[in-house]
Ligand binder design. Structure first.
Ligand code: FAD
Length: 277
C-alpha cells in the first residue's frame, strides 16, 4: 500500500487543522507511526495527485485507488477590503499554530473577529483567546440554532471569553491597508432565505479569520462530483471502476474525523473483497 500525501507530513487536518487544545500533543503523528508498524505501508510525502501524478497513472500502477484528499480549498470572503493584511484563512492560522515550535512567536491581534459558524470558527476563536487576544468575536450569519458548531462547542467558546454574534454578515473590512475594523450587516431569515436588513455595526478588528467553509480542490476530472463532493456509494465506490473515495472529499459523510476513519475502513474492506474475488 502506498500513500501519496501532498504535504510534507501525514495526518491531514488532525495534524494541521484541528486546534491544539482539542488534540493532545503529537497524537496524529503517533497514530500514523502506529499504523505504519502494521507493515507493508509506504508514505510518499510531498507527492500529491495533480502534482505531476494523475489518476490514470495511479490506475496503471495499482490495482485499486482510494481518494482521501479532504477539502483543501478555502472559500474566499466577498466583501470590500477582504484583501487587506490581517484578513486570513482560519485553517491556515491553526495550521501555523499546530506546527509552531514557539507559540510566543505567533502574532495575534488584540481584537479578533472570526467569520463563520462551524468547528473551524470555534477552534480559531478559542485559540486566539488562549494566545492572548483581548476581544474575540465569532460573527455568524444565521441564528444560533442554525450554527453548524454544536451547542457544546458554542458553550466552550463562550466559556473561554469568546463573544458569539448571530445574524450578522460581513460587508466590508476597513483600514489603511491593514484591517482595523469590520463592518457587519444584520440579517433576518425569511422562509429559510437569508436577507440583509441594511442595518450595520462596526467592530474593531485587527485580525479577521475566515472560517467560511472549505471546498474540494484538485479532484480528478474523471470522477463524478455532485454538490462539491466526489459521489460515492455505501462502500465508497466512485463513478470510476477501481477508484474509491472517503472522508471529507466524498459525498454522504458528516465532515468528522470519526466518519472519515469509518469510511476509510469500509472502502478498504470493499477493496479487499473486490480484489480477492
Ligand atoms: C478547524 C477544524 C476543526 C475540526 N474539528 C473537528 C472536531 O472537533 N471533531 C471532528 O471529528 N472533526 C473535526 N474537524 C473535521 C476533521 O478534521 C475532518 O473531518 C477529517 O480530518 C477528515 O479527514 P480526511 O482524511 O477526509 O481529510 P483530511 O484530514 O483533510 O486529510 C486529507 C489529506 O489529503 C492530503 N491531500 C489533499 N489533496 C491532495 C492531493 N491532491 N494529493 C495528495 N494528497 C492530498 C492532505 O494534505 C491531507 O493530508 C475539524 C476540521 C477543521 C478544519
Amino acid at each position: 500500500v502506498v500513500i501519496h500525501e501532498a504535504r510534507p507530513k501525514a495526518g491531514g487536518l488532525n495534524e494541521f487543522g484541528i486546534a491544539a487544545y482539542k488534540s493532545t500533543g503529537g497524537f496524529a503523528g503517533a497514530e500514523v507511526d502506529w499504523l505504519l508498524k502494521i507493515g507493508g505501508i509506504e508514505i510518499k510525502t510531498g507527492a500529491g495527485l495533480g502534482d505531476g501524478l494523475t489518476l490514470e497513472a495511479l490506475q496503471a500502477d495499482y490495482d485499486a485507488v482510494f481518494l482521501g484528499m479532504g477539502m483543501t480549498g478555502v472559500n474566499g470572503l466577498r466583501a470590500e477590503g477582504a484583501d487587506m493584511s490581517g484578513v486570513e484563512d482560519a485553517v491556515d492560522f491553526i495550521s501555523t499554530l499546530r506546527q509552531a515550535s514557539d507559540l510566543a512567536s505567533l502574532p495575534i491581534g488584540r481584537n479578533v473577529v472570526v467569520i463563520g459558524g462551524g468547528m473551524t470558527a470555534v477552534d480559531a476563536a478559542v485559540q486566539s483567546r488562549l494566545l492572548g487576544a483581548q476581544n474575540v468575536t465569532i460573527a455568524y450569519r444565521r441564528g444560533r440554532e442554525a450554527m453548524p458548531a454544536s451547542r457544546f462547542e458554542q458553550d466552550l467558546a463562550a466559556s473561554k471569553g469568546v463573544t458569539l454574534m448571530f445574524n450578522v454578515m460581513p460587508v466590508a473590512v476597513h483600514g489603511n491597508g491593514a484591517a482595523a475594523e469590520i463592518e457587519l450587516e444584520y440579517t433576518v431569515s425569511e422562509g429559510g432565505n437569508l436577507k440583509p436588513t441594511g442595518e450595520t455595526i462596526r467592530l474593531a478588528a485587527d485580525q479577521v479569520f475566515l472560517a467560511i467553509g472549505q471546498k474540494l480542490d484538485g479532484a480528478p476530472d474523471a470522477v463524478k462530483i455532485e454538490g462539491g463532493k466526489i459521489v460515492v456509494d455505501d462502500a465508497g465506490r466512485t463513478s470510476v471502476a477501481g477508484v474509491w473515495a472517503g472522508g471529507d472529499c466524498a459525498s454522504g459523510g458528516e465532515d468528522l474525523t470519526v466518519t472519515a476513519v469509518a469510511e476509510g475502513r469500509d472502502a478498504a474492506m470493499d477493496i479487499n473483497q473486490s480484489l480477492m474475488g
